[in-house]
Design a protein around this ligand. Structure first.
Ligand SMILES: [Zn+2]
Ligand SMILES: [Zn+2]
Ligand SMILES: [Zn+2]
Length: 294
């Protein structure tokens, strides 16, 4: 099997709440409620290494359905050899318990995370017991230093600190670097000003990290979708701002796709005016089940 390309599959493209969101009786969710083909899961990546072994990024409560999706796109070796976690907000970690004795009963699953996340896991009883029982085995990364989740997987992961409300843990974007391409996974950030400290544009920032494909925070199309309360409590740069900063895609620019959509985001509908505008500028809308070869 060695020598195959590394495959990244997007196993969900919504914000932590998924789509439809529990309790939302507005049009956005009522029109898809009960229709499995239109519903969408929280962001997560399935990584298939050159050796055929699998790894996951994020541990969502929808892991069962995400496995079904991944498996339907090609036989998947299960359980995954490792999980890599960006931060501790609900949808990124609420499926971790599925690895434990109540469900899969796994042993020695590598969990790659930051030092701050590891401290949270140790001080939370329901997660700490999984460490004590040997279900998970924490591996703390050094930000900026690439690591190989397993020998022979054919790719590395590099964690980049990204400011994002850190009540529980810090937050990182991940660079997944294969032999021929590199993908940036950055589902959450508070603002571009805090993410890119230097006076450079988004494309230049990505180019300096040698990124070919970037999956970036597209939580809200604009602030009209949400109440003023949410803007201060859950800051994300709206897609409209990101598009203003980017302008139209130029030859040689990396492929940028938006992801982590809130249930209110018109980008969830490929035919919306907003989706058409974004696509006409040359940028992309990530799709659940999308596959990227590195
Ligand atoms: Zn999130
Ligand atoms: Zn809704
Ligand atoms: Zn978050």
């Amino acid at each position: 099997m060695t020598g195959q390309s590394v495959e990244v599959t997007l196993l969900g493209n919504t914000q932590d709440g998924g789509y439809p969101q529990v309790g939302c009786l507005k049009d956005c969710c009522m029109k898809v409620r009960g229709n499995v083909s239109l519903s969408r899961m929280p962001v997560s990546l399935g990584l298939k290494g050159a050796d055929g072994l699998t790894h996951m990024v994020e541990a969502s409560r929808m892991m069962s359905q995400q496995f079904d999706l991944w498996n339907s796109l090609g036989a998947v070796s299960w359980p995954p050899s490792s999980f890599t976690l960006t931060h501790a907000h609900l949808g990124h970690i609420d499926g971790l318990g599925l690895l434990g004795r109540e469900v899969m009963g796994l042993r020695g699953v590598r969990v790659h995370c930051s030092d701050s996340m590891s401290r949270l896991l140790r001080k939370t009883p329901s997660w700490n017991i999984m460490i004590e029982q040997g279900v998970i085995d924490l591996d703390i990364w050094i930000p900026g230093v690439p690591f190989e989740p397993s020998v022979g997987c054919g790719f590395t992961i590099t964690a980049i600190p990204i400011p994002h409300r850190s009540e529980l843990s810090d937050n990182h974007a991940l660079i997944i670097r294969g032999k021929s391409k590199s993908l940036l996974f950055m589902p959450d950030q508070d603002s571009w000003e805090e993410t890119i400290i230097e006076d450079i544009g988004i494309v230049e920032w990505l180019n300096r990290m040698d990124i070919d494909i970037a999956l970036i925070d597209g939580t809200f199309w604009d602030y009209d979708e949400i109440s003023s309360r949410d803007i201060t409590e859950i800051p994300h740069p709206p897609v409209t701002e990101t598009l203003d900063r980017l302008g139209a895609k130029k030859n040689g620019d990396p492929d940028i796709e938006f992801t982590h959509f809130n249930h209110t985001n018109p980008l969830l509908e490929m035919n919306s005016v907003q989706s058409k505008k974004l696509l006409s500028m040359g940028w992309g809308i990530s799709e659940q089940g999308g596959v990227y070869r590195l």
